[in-house]
Ligand binder design. Structure first.
Ligand SMILES: Cc1cc2nc3c(=O)[nH]c(=O)nc-3n(C[C@H](O)[C@H](O)[C@H](O)COP(=O)(O)OP(=O)(O)OC[C@H]3O[C@@H](n4cnc5c(N)ncnc54)[C@H](O)[C@@H]3O)c2cc1C
Length: 367
């Protein structure tokens, strides 16, 4: 069984696989099984306290009520990977997954391996596939345009005129920290909505847990909560109210030195940062024909087109918490139970497939 991606989702999958008595091999493009966390911006602090931000079986060290920083998460994941007794092959990027005639899969890597596997877990995240819209005039704009995925720290914008596009947590956090160094406008389609980080003296995640809201599927949750909102202790709301940060409707086009706002006013701008989200990073599944544009055909993380193919870490895979440290463990148990049933229910040609795998790679990843 092959797990593609060595981040929190891949590690949670590996642990659940061991519990389900499967023997996974994790293939991780990066140099360590830390997922995309080392590449997130420097000031990133978790939006949930340490006590809620954990994978199954291992708490965070230190005060459970603090909000861990990015580098604490990488330390946590490094430690977590050491507790999961599976083979993790780093510097190994999956380039394609093909179906085999016997119902299994052949996983191709950039190291030249072809690995036969009865099951595949796609846990490769979305950070590698940022969504960047294109607006009229963008190619001729001389300023700096980037996705927030390439943003690291605010100082490089000192003294500049900057627009951050987006109304989510990343957009607001990044706009706020750049505003200490530059003149910043948040460009959004609608007014920014906020959710209080603390309610009744407790972090919001306490209430998400005790009310069960954290486990609700999207169709139920969206009936209760109509709009996405930014978690806020009050600082972001104050920044907008005080004018430290301004907000405007998204501009309609670029000019060579700036943008044209929705009311037709042009303005020179040095840099535009799009915090416009991500799409699942699953190009290696294209040979299977299971992607609808970038989105996999799946329900609850289980492929609806390919038995033995499951996903982890998709946005709203089973609940609001699916793509978070606190939620991925639950989903891992769910998809691995299905995968274990599939693998054990399949007709066995184990010896032949093992020989196939060994001849191609020297490794056996049949289960
Ligand atoms: C800016 C930001 C802030 C966030 N803040 C929080 C937060 O506060 N709390 C929280 O719980 N969640 C947060 N999240 C959401 C989520 O927890 C993280 O995105 C997390 O990194 C997702 O883990 P993952 O393992 O699914 O994906 P990733 O961390 O992206 O890991 C996927 C891994 O797969 C590898 N990979 C990709 N393609 C291949 C391939 N073809 N072959 C082999 N390997 C491959 C990548 O190199 C990567 O290491 C945040 C996300 C972002 C972007």
């Amino acid at each position: 069984m092959i797990i593609i991606g060595g981040g929190q989702s891949g590690l949670a999958a590996a642990r659940a696989a061991l519990t389900a008595r499967l023997r996974p091999v994790v293939l991780q493009a990066g140099t360590e099984p830390l997922g995309s966390w080392p590449d997130y911006y420097d000031s990133l602090t978790l939006f949930s306290p340490a006590r809620y931000s954990v994978l199954p079986g291992m708490p965070f060290d230190g005060d459970p009520d603090r909000y861990p920083r990015r580098d604490e998460v990488t330390t946590y994941l490094r430690r977590y990977a050491q507790t999961v007794d599976v083979e993790i092959r780093t510097r190994t990027r999956v380039t394609a997954v093909h179906s085999r005639r016997d119902g299994g899969y052949l996983v191709h890597t950039d190291t030249g391996d072809e690995i036969a596997a009865a099951g595949v877990v796609a846990a490769s995240g979305s950070f590698g596939n940022p969504y960047l819209p294109t607006l009229p005039g963008q190619d001729d704009y001389a300023g700096d345009v980037r996705h927030v995925a390439q943003y690291r720290r605010p100082e490089v914008y000192a003294g500049k005129r900057v627009i951050v596009v987006g109304a989510g947590n990343s957009a607001v956090q990044v706009a706020y920290e750049i505003a200490a160094h530059a003149r910043v406008t948040l460009a959004t389609r609608e007014p920014v909505r906020f959710l209080p980080q603390r309610l009744g003296g407790r972090d919001l995640h306490h209430w998400l847990r005790v009310t069960g809201a954290d486990r609700l599927p999207r169709r139920v949750l969206t009936r209760l909560v109509r709009h996405a909102a930014v978690l806020d202790t009050g600082v972001y709301r104050d920044a907008l109210a005080s004018g430290l940060l301004s907000r405007r409707d998204v501009f309609t086009a670029f000019t060579p030195d700036g943008v044209i706002w929705a009311d037709g006013t042009p303005e020179p701008v040095d840099a535009v940062i799009f915090a416009t989200g991500y799409r699942p990073d699953l190009a290696y599944l294209k040979p299977l024909g299971t992607l609808d544009q970038d989105a996999p055909r799946q329900v609850g993380g289980i492929s609806t087109t390919h038995p033995g193919l499951v996903y982890l870490g998709l946005e709203f895979q089973r609940s609001f918490a699916s793509n978070t440290l606190r939620g991925v463990g639950r989903d891992a148990t769910h998809v691995m139970t299905a995968l274990a049933a599939h693998v054990s229910g399949r007709p066995r040609h184990g010896r032949q497939r093992r020989a196939d795998a060994a001849s191609r790679t020297g490794h056996d990843a049949q289960r």
